[in-house]
Ligand binder design. Structure first.
Ligand SMILES: [Zn+2]
Length: 237
């Protein structure tokens, strides 16, 4: 009888051992939705730096506050540097959550691990030192990342937040109806919707109002901040 431990079988066993000893797939740490059983939806707004315009959608923020709609904002460092009063204002709203969105809105996969770390840490440090705010949610600029990004974000103790519903709101050619059609097709329990609050979305306020008044009530969905959605926790009334 041939020995069980042929070199081929040994090799196979070693491979199996190595594969099972590896950490779980890094993609698992990238969050694209809340629990699929949770009747919550996260309305998330990126604050990417802008070259022209005010960089702040006051009408949208006013509407969210007036309607007491929980929302999450991802601030870039460059945007924060030009919008100190807006940073203060957003931090003061108890049903808003603040995360970060890189320092200069870099294309992370083009950079080394150390450069990525500095780009990611910029606004996290600024929020902590200048505003005494601990921001643990991170969203990569352009939604771009590689394995190193995931490792850096994890090593920094941040949560990596993407989305599963794209509004497309910075597209100047898109109409409010087209955005609403996208929402009708894709918004469901646990959805994370990506939009912009830097004034780049021409129809953002309008489509948020439609979500609030029609689509979410029709589907028995409640807006939640990102952290509340992940724990499926209803905000206190
Ligand atoms: Zn952005």
């Amino acid at each position: 009888m041939r020995s069980f431990c042929t070199p081929q079988i040994l090799g196979l066993l070693l491979t199996v051992l190595l594969v099972t000893a590896l950490p779980p797939r890094t993609q698992a740490q990238v969050i694209t939705s809340g629990p699929p059983s949770c009747p919550g939806v996260a309305l998330t707004f990126d604050l990417c730096p802008v070259r022209k315009g005010s960089g702040y959608d006051q009408a949208l923020i006013d509407y969210l506050i007036e309607q007491k709609i929980p929302a999450t904002f991802f601030m870039s460092g460059k945007w924060m540097a030009r919008h100190e009063q807006n940073v203060q204002a957003l931090l003061q709203v108890p049903f808003f959550e603040i995360g970060t969105h890189g320092e200069v809105h870099a294309h992370l996969p083009l950079h080394s691990s150390e450069e990525q770390k500095q780009e990611i840490l910029g606004p996290v440090r600024l929020l902590k030192t200048k505003y005494s705010h601990n921001a643990t949610l991170f969203r990569p600029p352009y939604g771009e990342f590689n394995d190193e990004t995931v490792n850096v974000v994890q090593a920094l103790g941040l949560q990596f937040i993407l989305w599963n519903v794209v509004s497309g709101d910075p597209d100047q050619a898109i109409t409010a109806n087209q955005i609403q059609d996208r929402f009708k097709r894709s918004v469901r329990k646990g959805s994370i919707i990506v939009m912009h609050a830097n004034g780049k979305g021409r129809h953002t306020r309008e489509v948020v109002q439609a979500l609030q008044e029609q689509l979410m009530p029709e589907r028995n969905l409640t807006p939640m901040t990102m952290s509340d959605l992940l724990q499926c926790r209803q905000a206190a009334p």
